[in-house]
Design a protein around this ligand. Structure first.
Ligand code: AMP
Ligand code: ZN
Ligand code: FE
Ligand code: FE
Length: 271
């Protein structure tokens, strides 16, 4: 059973609805996906409901929390979470609110830099509920200020760049504890792209359950060394595409980065 364990929808900064993502995943030959939207669980219920239209397609309830450690962004994935848990809903609501405020502040900074952009123009891409930096990037592309999303980040939106504004986040330790408290499995996302690799050991010391060894931004060397690291620390090996719907080098990514669930006992038994 082939699963992509890292998939975004338009409930965070993906382009497609949960229903559309599932149709695409089935077409790509996957047997299931984990919905792992950034800081939100709002897409999970619709995904589970819609997946029932297919006989053999399963949804794993997931989330990807954005944390920061020593000024570097660290993402933690939670799987099999109780997405109706009141403490999770409270925290994700706070995170969402702070994203809306931060979006307005970042637009203000772009205005100070001389770019003509309004929050309404951003909301045409984001909707009212959730704003991520990729939505601001898409609005900047529409206005002709930059050519693509990476350029928007390197010129304006990345941490340390002129339009960056910090938002409320929970710590790595709080995130791992929360995921476990609501019955989930905590996995360090895309460790291969961390600049400071000592963060991997830090997460292990905090009780992370596994490492996302397979990821669309990992090189073969990243993947192999992460699998060794996971094995020597008795950690779960997971993987996924980090599908957002955008074409990356003309590639949809979905269906290319996956794991065989039968090789991950902790996942297989829960499914
Ligand atoms: P935010 O959730 O608002 O902090 O934005 C983070 C999201 O923006 C990440 O999860 C990626 O989807 C995307 N992102 C971050 N950095 C870059 C980058 N350099 N180029 C393209 N996308 C990026
Ligand atoms: Zn994203
Ligand atoms: Fe991530
Ligand atoms: Fe992601």
């Amino acid at each position: 059973m082939i699963f992509d364990l890292h998939v975004h929808t338009n409930n965070s900064d993906g382009l497609f609805s949960p229903e559309k993502v599932i149709d695409l995943a089935v077409k790509q030959g996957l047997n299931g996906i984990a919905i792992t939207d950034h800081d939100t669980i709002t897409g999970i219920e619709a995904a589970i409901d819609y997946s029932n239209n297919y006989d053999n397609f399963r949804i794993i309830s997931g989330i990807e929390f954005g944390c920061v450690f020593n000024n570097e962004e660290v993402h933690i994935l939670g799987y099999f979470i109780d997405y109706k848990a009141p403490n999770l809903i409270k925290i994700t609501n706070e995170l969402r609110q702070s994203r809306l405020t931060r979006g307005i502040e970042m637009v203000g900074k772009l205005n100070q830099l001389g770019l003509d952009l309004s929050i309404e123009e951003v909301k045409k891409f984001s909707g009212e509920k959730y704003i991520g930096r990729p939505h601001i990037a898409r609005a900047l592309i529409k206005k002709g200020y930059i050519a693509d999303i990476p350029e928007a980040f390197s010129k304006y939106l990345d941490r340390g760049k002129p339009a960056y504004v910090e938002r409320y986040k929970i710590t790595i330790g709080e995130t791992i504890s929360l995921i476990k408290a609501i019955g989930g499995i905590a996995i360090l996302a895309h460790p291969g792209i961390l600049k400071d690799k000592s963060i991997i050991d830090y997460c292990i010391s905090l009780g992370i359950d596994g490492l996302e060894c397979i990821h669309s931004k990992h090189t073969n060397d990243d993947t192999n060394s992460l699998i060794s690291k996971a094995k020597s620390n008795n950690l779960i090996v997971t993987g996924g595409s980090d599908f957002h719907g955008d074409l990356i080098d003309k590639d949809l990514l979905l269906g290319k980065y996956f794991v065989d669930i039968d090789t991950i006992p902790e996942f297989k038994e829960r499914i």
